[in-house]
Design a protein around this ligand. Structure first.
Ligand code: 5AD
Ligand code: FES
Length: 355
């Protein structure tokens, strides 16, 4: 690690904002020593805000119908090999019942962009969840919708919204998505969600096709400026029924490196060690936590549909019951000296950046 790189890492650890060029240098010139230093700083920063607590979110994959055709995604509309399903309100509530009994206090409803889930249907589901589990947060991860729809879902009780920006570079965005999907609209959605009052999550895939250090630097600069409450990153993993089937997967090392940087950009950010990270390496999620992440999202979807929600190949946890995943993650976190917490796990934003 040269002196310039060390200085960038030290600046980041002091809570200073970096320029896009500095982020690019940080990524391009990375080595094992830099990664280790970032990891140490990131763990210290996370510990100051969250201690050794790892937040859990119960993920309910409500539908694999999707009107979009993202080139990287296994449930893209043109993949005719997907067995499509959608969960009814009763099925979603049953998943949440099971999750609540297991200690989950955040439910994430994730799905493709499926018009069957009208505002009416979603509002009814959110209402039912919030009245049954008033101690729990409801997070939505249902893609792009109009502002009025976001507002209605918020008014019905939704607390948080996850919408990965996927890449902060418009040209890169255009290479990952069909022409009808607009980078500007995605960014518009994120700003609308924020204005409405949601706790907002953005994020991107690491090692997605065509991605350069410059584009990753743009992602980091965007996140630094936008300051999302949550940030989901995980390695890109090819799906065999997509145009990117022969592309290489993102690496463990780079994902961990970026997790540490994100923790330092905002020590309070909620940062999941994702299922994709656990898929490319058997200890991926543990290593993610040890690099600065503080959230895990075990699957609460009915086992009967899990294999059908395959965004990428070889996804883990598709055969396990909710309780198995819960206990497995509990044991995994304990094995590295952390523990799962059972509260809602809202972002702790009392710490001012740089203090
Ligand atoms: N590999 C890794 N992550 C993927 N996602 C979609 N397809 C893949 C893939 N092939 C991510 C996207 C999306 C989130 C729900 O899953 O970033 O926003
Ligand atoms: Fe699902 Fe380990 S977390 S089996």
């Amino acid at each position: 690690m040269n002196a310039a790189l060390r200085e960038l890492i030290d600046a980041l650890s002091r809570g200073e904002a970096l320029t896009e060029a500095a982020f690019e240098a940080l990524i391009e010139r990375r080595d094992a020593e830099a990664a280790a230093l970032l990891r140490r700083y990131a763990v210290k920063a996370r510990k100051a805000v969250y201690g050794e607590a790892v937040y859990t979110r119960g993920l309910i994959e409500i539908s694999n119908h999707c009107k979009n055709d993202c080139l990287y995604c296994g449930i893209r509309r043109s993949n005719a090999n997907v067995k499509r399903y959608r969960l009814t309100q009763a099925e979603i509530i049953a998943c949440a019942e099971e999750g609540h009994a297991l200690g989950f206090r955040t439910f994430v409803l994730q799905g493709g962009e499926d018009a069957w889930y009208t505002d009416e249907r979603l509002c009814a589901i959110i209402h039912a969840l919030k009245s049954r589990f008033p101690d729990s947060a409801v997070t939505l991860s249902l893609g792009e919708r109009g502002r009025a729809s976001f507002q209605r879902l918020y008014d019905a009780g939704a607390d948080r919204y996850l919408l990965r920006h996927e890449t902060a570079d418009p040209e890169h965005y255009a290479r990952l998505h069909p022409p009808e999907m607009r980078f500007e609209h995605r960014m518009r959605c994120l700003h609308d969600l924020r204005e409405i009052g949601y706790q907002v999550g953005c994020g991107f895939m690491v090692g997605s096709p065509f991605q350069t250090a410059k584009q990753l630097a743009k992602d980091l600069a965007f996140i630094q400026a936008f300051r999302p409450e949550m940030c989901g990153i995980g390695p890109f993993i090819p799906h065999s029924d997509t145009p990117f089937r022969d592309c290489a997967a993102g690496t463990l090392k780079l994902t961990l490196y970026l997790l540490s940087i994100l923790r330092l950009i905002d020590p309070t950010v909620l940062l999941p060690a994702t299922t994709a990270l656990g898929t490319i390496h058997p200890g991926g999620r543990e290593l993610g936590i040890e690099a600065g992440a503080n959230v895990v999202m075990p699957n609460l979807s009915p086992v009967a549909v899990r294999k059908d929600y395959a965004l990428y190949d070889n996804k883990i946890c598709t055969g396990e019951e909710s309780a198995q995943c819960r206990h497995c993650l509990d044991a995994r976190m304990r094995s590295i000296g952390y523990h799962l917490t059972v509260d809602r796990g809202d972002v702790k934003r009392t710490t001012i950046k740089g203090e």
